[in-house]
Design a protein around this ligand. Structure first.
Ligand code: FAD
Length: 397
């Protein structure tokens, strides 16, 4: 196993680094490097800049308008973007639904939906979870009934999704819907693309622990969805859903962001005069070791793919370790800032906020970010459930 990058790969890294340095807007970089609030405009502006370069769908094959990069190139691109302070790509379009449309959608659906995702113009949301159907996703109840009438062939959708991340901005939502109650729950699910501007779709905010509006409830009340928006075959949606979840869990590990945030932790500890504190140094060192170990795990996956061996089936493991690491660095930042991290000031998340409380501006967003990252061990499949999956893979069912 060779974990070193080749000269060509290092050249590719430099090319991406130079491009990001000249194209990432300074105001967005400033917000990301200081963990400040990103607006819809910030996220979409960066998406469109990447889209114009053909890099928003950086994991896509050339056939669908992507750059056709291999696994190492994708990793290097993600790393360079994260370290430079670029926002995380909102994954629902380019990372989640696009691979499903490529693998299972019709040529018409590919032509219709992929260009808007690749350019960053169309905002997608993920409609999987429902009240009572999170870990037990196969129990989804949102009903889609096929109706042929004089207005055409369509589905009538009724039900509710929840925890829909950034659904307040959504143009489209991909949904798991129940089309049959026959047989096992998994066999009656379909994968439907719904225009969120359709009559009968309503979005209600959920305000989370950090005081932010990041997630939503989405209601469907007799929503008419053209039958041509069904992906693949009716009642085969579970297969397509699983294809997507593997992408989601690997994406959540986000080792590159962890490397960037480790540096921010060190900056905060230095600014607060506690960087030399032996106990804090111990904690930071342990965190750094775990981040390096996670990176090695990612590189092992890349090395296996490069040498043509079967890819390691460790998406769940990456999700568990990556999410725990995200929580730990936000905890250590709080620890480093001590009482200065406590004020919970909503406005402090805006760029340019100065405030008048005791303590430096870099401390002000810490509480909000700390509360926000409690989500990481829950979403994308909770860590308890991931542990079940990993143990089944290792020990057998
Ligand atoms: C911030 C945030 C954003 C999200 N964004 C989206 C989104 O955009 N789209 C979307 O569709 N969903 C989204 N989700 C939903 C997310 O996928 C679910 O919250 C997650 O799958 C857990 O489901 P649940 O909340 O229903 O908890 P439950 O499934 O009710 O679980 C409750 C607890 O029981 C544990 N548990 C459940 N089953 C088992 C088991 N078999 N063995 C051991 N322990 C178990 C869980 O680990 C958890 O601790 C988001 C969630 C959060 C918090």
């Amino acid at each position: 196993m060779d974990l070193n990058f080749t000269p060509e790969e290092l050249g590719f890294r430099q090319m991406v680094r130079d491009w990001v340095a000249t194209h990432l807007p300074d105001d967005i970089r400033h917000k990301v490097l200081n963990a400040l609030r990103l607006s819809k405009d910030d996220m979409q502006r960066w998406a469109r800049i990447l889209g114009a370069q053909g890099w928003l769908g950086y994991g896509w094959p050339k056939q669908f308008g992507g750059p056709g990069w291999n696994a190492v190139q994708k990793h290097l691109f993600e790393e360079e973007c994260a370290l430079a302070g670029a926002p995380r790509i909102v994954p629902f379009g380019p990372v989640m639904v696009a691979p499903v449309i490529m693998a299972f959608g019709s040529p018409e659906q590919q032509q219709r939906f992929l260009p808007g995702i690749a350019s960053g113009d169309v905002w997608w949301s993920q409609g999987y979870s429902e009240p009572g159907s999170g870990s037990d996703l196969a129990s989804v109840k949102t009903r889609a009934e096929r109706v042929h009438d004089n207005s055409g062939d369509h589905y009538l959708v009724n039900g509710q999704k929840t925890w829909t991340t950034l659904g307040q901005h959504g143009d489209w939502i991909f949904c798991l819907v129940r089309t049959s109650n026959e047989g096992k729950p998994q066999t009656g699910i379909s994968f439907l693309l719904v225009d969120m501007k359709s009559p009968g779709v309503s979005v209600r905010p959920i305000i989370t622990l950090d005081g932010e509006h990041e997630v939503n409830e989405v209601f469907f009340d007799n929503v008419k969805v053209p039958a041509e928006n069904l992906i693949g075959e009716e009642n085969k949606g579970w297969t397509y859903a699983k294809h997507l979840l593997a992408h989601e869990r690997t994406n959540i590990a986000d080792v590159n962001r962890a490397k960037r945030e480790l540096e921010r932790l060190k900056r905060i500890a230095k600014a607060e005069g506690v960087y030399e504190d032996v106990r804090l140094r111990d904690q930071i060192a342990l965190l750094e070791v775990d981040i390096v170990a996670l990176e090695m795990l990612v590189l092992r996956v890349l090395s296996a793919e490069k040498s043509g061996k079967q890819s390691l089936d460790i998406a769940g493991l990456l999700k568990i370790r990556g999410s725990e690491i995200q929580q730990r660095y936000t905890e250590l930042m709080m620890l480093a800032a001590g009482p200065y991290s406590l004020p919970f000031i909503h406005e402090a998340m805006e760029a340019g906020w100065q405030g008048d409380h005791v303590g430096a501006a870099h401390c002000a967003p810490l509480a909000s970010v700390y509360f926000n990252t409690r989500k990481t061990t829950i979403y994308g499949g909770s860590n308890e459930v991931q542990r079940n999956i990993v143990s089944q893979t290792v020990l057998g069912a």
